[in-house]
Design a protein around this ligand. Structure first.
Ligand SMILES: *Cc1c(COP(=O)(O)O)cnc(C)c1O
Length: 375
């Protein structure tokens, strides 16, 4: 198993407070794990919404394209329009078609995911007016109740298949609600509903699995996998050791180290009081950088940052631009040195658990102030 990228701050980044290092080789390796898993039958698309899960869509797209990624998914039309300037590969918008956007889709060769009969009708009218079989993906809702044709609309489509006549349907898809939870009964139920929804269209390709879904069963692979999170190193099968390689590493600068006495407090609202004399390191990282305020110390839950591999608990509140650590157990530690926020000692999933959230949120919140290096 390859370890997270090592980053040594250098003079080029003297102005930086924190350094985000993205290992595009690890990203490529993760993509290839899916390709190997999919075998010759299924293709592997790349879900690169939300700026490539916060890691930088341009670099992520380039790395995936080098590995032969044939199809990209984003959430919004704006994301698709930006991505269109980066790749010639097909791009689909999961958020779907809304009134007034049809022309932008056509002019920029973007594939809408059609989430309702109304959207299908609008797209079919667009196709008829241009006399071309416009490409689209049809999305069935199989239990998430978020996006896609529900039960009634699916039944209507089965009754009159002409509803999609004149369109070039690249895929029919649905999305798992609980695939990260191994053995969750809903996953199998959604699979059955998806098979029933698509049964009248045997000639149309199908796409079901997100990252976790792809790991649950080969039955879920169909023609196109849609991994996102696992490409970026998050664990798609949380009940096991992470099969993916770490992609993101984050280090932050120590701004000041000070001695504090028993009975004193640290930070806003004085939420943490020292029980003995110790030392505090103030690190240049805060909630303005997406370092979540829920990582503030509280009874029974402490998050850590790592100094040369030694854990240092966060004490007090995370503020906008600073976080404070108890470093009383570290003999030599100085301003100007760095601490590991994410890296070999703590991955995004671990940090997420400490923050009471999921790795997706940690990555997509990664701050604008970090100096980014792509290796
Ligand atoms: C975000 C998303 C994915 C990717 O999911 P991961 O859990 O990140 O692998 C796939 N399909 C749809 C519809 C999505 O919204």
């Amino acid at each position: 198993m390859r370890t997270a990228p090592v980053h040594k701050p250098n003079v080029d980044t003297a102005s930086a407070s924190a350094w985000l290092t993205v290992d595009t080789g690890a990203l490529a390796a993760n993509y290839n794990i899916f390709k190997t898993m999919a075998g010759p039958k299924a293709q592997v698309g790349g879900v690169i919404k939300a700026d490539g899960y916060g890691l930088g869509v341009a670099q992520v797209c380039a790395a995936l394209e080098r590995e032969g990624c044939p199809f990209f998914f984003v959430a919004t039309l704006d994301e698709a329009l930006f991505l269109r300037s980066l790749t010639r590969k097909p791009i689909a918008v999961l958020g779907g078609l809304y009134q007034g956007a049809e022309t932008l889709y056509v002019e920029n060769n973007i594939v809408p995911v059609l989430n309702s009969l109304a959207a299908i009708d609008a797209w079919r009218a667009m196709a008829a007016s241009g006399n071309t079989a416009l490409q689209a993906i049809i999305h069935f809702d199989t239990g998430m109740n978020r996006l896609g044709l529900g039960k009634d609309e699916t039944a209507q489509l089965h009754e009159s298949k002409d509803i999609i006549k004149g369109l070039n349907i690249l895929y029919m898809m649905t999305h798992f609600a609980c695939a990260d939870d191994t053995g969750h009964p809903m996953t199998g139920e959604q699979y059955e509903r998806f098979k029933a929804a698509t049964a009248p269209f045997p000639a149309i390709k199908k796409s079901l699995a997100n990252s976790s879904g792809a790991f649950r069963s080969k039955d879920y692979h169909f023609d196109l996998l849609r991994p996102g999170m696992a490409l970026y190193g998050l664990n798609p099968a949380p009940e096991t050791a992470n099969p993916m390689q770490p992609v993101a590493r984050l280090d932050a600068r120590i701004l000041q180290v000070r001695d504090v006495s028993k009975g004193e407090t640290v930070g806003y609202s004085a939420t943490y009081r020292f029980e003995k004399n110790t030392k505090v390191a103030t690190v240049a990282l805060g909630y303005a950088d997406g370092f979540l305020r829920s990582l503030s110390s509280r009874e029974g839950r402490t998050a850590n940052l790592y100094y040369n591999g030694t854990s240092c608990p966060i004490i007090g509140r995370v503020s906008m631009d600073a976080v404070t650590l108890d470093v009383g157990h570290i003999a030599h530690i100085q301003a100007g040195e760095t601490v590991e926020v994410m890296g070999p000692h703590q991955d995004a999933d671990t940090l997420a658990t400490a923050a009471g959230t999921i790795g997706y949120e940690i990555l997509t919140d990664l701050g604008k102030r970090y100096h980014r290096t792509y290796i």
